[in-house]
Write a protein that binds this ligand. Structure first.
Ligand SMILES: O=c1nc[nH]c2c1ncn2[C@H]1C[C@H](O)[C@@H](COP(=O)(O)OP(=O)(O)OP(=O)(O)O)O1
Ligand SMILES: [Mg+2]
Length: 415
């Protein structure tokens, strides 16, 4: 393939880069860069059901006409409840600013429609491109330096319909040349369409869930002690577990609730939404009689936000110093919430508890959290002295899982 002076092949696209919410204002915006051309696109809804472009760059009047013409056929105003203005500010013009503006505007509009669950408002996807004719061939996705005699500016849908086509130039050409011209343009738009669809996919489903099959359950926990217990319990049914360690990009969830259930719902609902998958969450803690139920929902943060098991245990021993054995009773509690994406009213909630006693010194090396201090009277051991199977037989989490086991498959099948 022939190359331009700057090394870019004649049929190669300018590199595309999108920076979503480039401005940290509330209104949706994107900075689109194609090559060295940069356009900031902002969207502002208005009451009248009209599309307006507010193009800020050279030859704004004809640009606005072209942009409106290219977009109009894709928009279904039966779906949209209002109209919008797409402001396109050309920050740097190194060629093809109008088609670059169009691309930013269309794909910003698509994301905005998706956020409002108005996806149907756009009938198909569009991309725009500028191609040029030289004395010895065609150039795709023009930059300022490209020496061409004629340019073609077009918007193409993924249904192969053109919504706008403009030819500008100084050279007479025949039908065969026009066909070659169009062929070059369509190759470019097909590739560009793929790039925009990839970006859209990342914006709307940013997490890779391709490894999650029907026999997998997502558990919204970062606690590896919990994760090991869930893995063992689900393995009996041939189910594998994925946790938040498998999705390190999911932001931390603030446990701002005032009950185990509220916190478990927060974790399950948010992760189900982000992954668009059913998600299980566990909120648990230790309720100590002599401390009026503390640390309770604050068990993880008992000795500070760092979530340090050793510090939490030390604080618990300190708070109970001098309390006699018969007054050291405690309950371990778990609330499990299974959530479906974007259906918080459908959350499945179960609980599990176990009674025990807080020892004066830790015993055992296994387990996690408060396990070495929690003595369970039927097996006569602390949780940290039990095998994983023994702990699951008697623990709060095991009891909650047995309650869940009875109902979750039927719940999952319901719409
Ligand atoms: O069987 C257990 N054996 C010992 N300790 C336990 C157990 N079950 C809960 N715990 C303790 C750990 C933590 O200090 C708190 C739970 O806090 P909780 O917010 O539910 O869990 P977490 O922050 O460790 O992980 P995540 O929220 O990511 O699931 O209670
Ligand atoms: Mg937590």
């Amino acid at each position: 393939m022939k190359q331009r002076d700057n090394g870019r092949e004649n049929d190669a696209l300018r590199p595309l880069h999108l920076q979503h919410q480039f401005l940290t204002t509330a209104e949706p915006n994107v900075l689109i860069q194609q090559g060295e051309t940069r356009v900031l696109v902002q969207i502002a809804p208005h009451a009248a059901k009209t599309i307006q472009f507010d193009y800020r760059g050279a030859a704004a009047v004809s640009a606005n006409q072209w942009l409106t013409q290219a977009l109009q056929p894709a928009v279904d105003f039966e779906t949209f409840t209002n109209g919008f203005t797409l402001r396109c500010t050309v920050l740097q013009d190194a060629g093809s600013p109008v088609t670059t503006a169009f691309n930013g505007a269309f794909w910003l509009l698509k994301l905005w429609a998706h956020d409002q669950q108005l996806d149907k408002g756009l009938r198909y996807n569009l991309v725009a491109i500028t191609v040029g004719l030289t004395d010895d061939g065609t150039l795709v996705d023009l930059e300022t330096d490209d020496q061409v005699t004629t340019t073609l500016q077009l918007a193409v849908s993924d249904l192969d319909a053109m919504t706008a086509l403009t030819v500008n130039g100084t050279m007479a050409f025949d039908g065969a040349t026009l066909n070659q011209f169009l062929y070059t343009a369509f190759q470019g738009t097909t590739e560009l369409m793929g790039q925009f669809k990839n970006d859209y996919q990342k914006q709307t489903h940013p997490y890779d869930t391709s490894s999650i099959g029907a026999q997998t359950v997502v558990v919204a926990t970062k606690n590896m002690g919990k994760a090991r217990e869930f893995e063992k319990m689900f393995a009996q049914d041939g189910i594998t577990v994925k946790t938040l360690r498998d999705f390190p990009d999911i932001p931390d969830i603030n446990e701002t609730g005032t009950s185990f259930e509220e916190n478990a719902r927060l974790k399950a609902d948010q992760v189900a939404h982000l992954l668009q998958l059913p998600t299980l969450a566990d909120d648990s803690g230790l309720e100590v009689d002599a401390l009026d139920g503390r640390p309770g929902i604050f068990s993880a943060r008992y000795a500070g936000d760092a979530h340090n098991d050793a510090a939490n245990n030390a604080k618990l021993l300190y708070e109970l110093s001098g309390v006699p054995d018969e007054k050291r009773g405690a309950t371990f509690h778990t609330t499990l919430v299974f959530a479906k994406p974007d259906q918080p009213d459908a959350d499945l909630v179960v609980n599990g508890e176990v009674r025990g006693r807080i020892l004066g010194i830790p015993r055992g090396d296994d387990g996690f959290g408060y396990d070495p201090l929690f003595y369970e009277p039927t097996l006569k051991k602390t949780f940290a002295q039990m095998t994983p199977d023994e702990k699951n037989q008697v623990s709060h989490r095991g009891n909650a899982m047995r309650a869940l086991e009875k109902v979750w498959r039927d719940w999952l099948k319901k719409n």
